[in-house]
Write a protein that binds this ligand. Sequence first.
Ligand code: NAD
Length: 489
Amino acid sequence: MTDWHAIAGTVEFRSDAFIDGKPVPAADGRRLPTVDPATGAVLAEIAACGDEDVDRAVASARRAFEDHRWAGTAPGRRKSVLLRLAELIRANAAELAVLDSLDAGKLIGDTSTIDVPGSAAILQWYAETIDKTYGEIAPTARGDLALVSREPLGVVAAVVPWNYPLEMAIWKIAPALAAGNSVVLKPAEESPLSVLRLAELAVEAGLPDGVLNVVPGEGPIAGRALGRHPDVDAVTFTGSTPVGKLFLQYAGQSNMKQVWLECGGKSANVVFADAADLDAVADGVCFGIFTNAGQVCSANSRLLVERAVLPDLLALVAEKAGRIRLGDPLDPRTTMGPLVSAAQAARVLSYIELGHVEGRAILAGGPVEGRPAFVRPAIFEVGPDSRLSREEIFGPVLAVQAFDTEDEAVALANDSIYGLAASVWSDSLRRAHRVAGRLRAGTVSVNTVDALDVTVPFGGFGQSGFGRDLSAHALDKFTALKTTWVNYR
Ligand code: NAD
């Protein structure tokens, strides 16, 4: 068995920003600690980029774009660089997995089998599109030839959260680079380590200097500077809905850059009594809300159950949730680690306290003595107006409601400002299709939860945002269509 602690003892932490192909400190020398939430230990003091650093990174990305050192390279060559980067991610998988586990408290069993190999696979998938994406010839009259080509936008800023630090970055970087853009990436304050290492690997893979820059720092400083920068052509953002709204303002206050938002969620898991295998449903329910300690944008944080099966299902879910092993994220036997920070845990614990007032506890949840970033999972039966059933908690807290009819189930599921994902459990093909069609969500999973793959688009309706990550559709965000009309009569 891999000794993850031994690897953790040897990994080096990159602590500078990465601009123009090399590590550099912030211009004013400022640094921010990044903390291991499992222990509270400071891992490293990371460059805290300000306006001047963001200017330097954007200028570097702009130079790289204008001299065509990346977009002007033959597609086959660009493909091979990104394929090589995917291979380097695989070759350094243990290190990258440990970095995300230390930095964000994520389970090593997840980072080593999902985040890191998933990142390599997504990069590989987009690399393969580079020499397989064609333009169009429009059906014009004889004597005219109209070519429709996809052009890279220029400088793309990617601002990402901490819940999947490497993978969220790759969701943005891979299609943006595949389309020929230069990128300036801002990781979350809590989790900069893996992407700072990724930037080095990109140079090793042959990505020209300046094509991928990383500016760690605070959201309201470095993130805002990117959002308001006059020379950034597009921002692709994953994070909370309130910050997503700020990026729309930043664009309006500056150069009207394109803004693509992947924001929060309050996804419903709708269980009908005709779903015969309740044990499988209960597994899906637990996976849907307790994976990554509930810190998943598409987490099924609302469970809507047909009244007839509510007691049986809740008994099964509570029994399975009771077996969750909280502990050291580097121990593969642990099934739930800490939240990303003590501050995030305090926020989640305040919802658990509220649950005890507003609802009926199925599983009490709560704090862990002496370990401020850990939260025990909680399940509450609540009413539709409870804050627990309306607000994104981003932790291991499940809000349960009963329903009696299909119409009521659909109405409850759609009664949210969000619309990222939903699940339907039913053994009736007709009902499953009927209900899936009526749910207002970017992804509806039938008889499973959180169906996700690089081949299918991921994104939301309503205040979950409007961008689509993954699949060939993500390339649309990072390209503009251009018409070249030739009159040859
Ligand atoms: P967040 O919005 O606080 O931060 C996201 C990023 O924005 C970070 O890099 C942060 O530094 C930056 N930021 C924060 N304040 C800013 C400001 N004033 N100006 C500019 N940038 C700023 O989100 P988080 O707490 O890191 O992540 C959790 C959120 O992310 C949840 O709401 C979750 O649903 C969402 N999320 C969505 C998806 C999706 O695909 N829809 C995926 C993962 C996470």
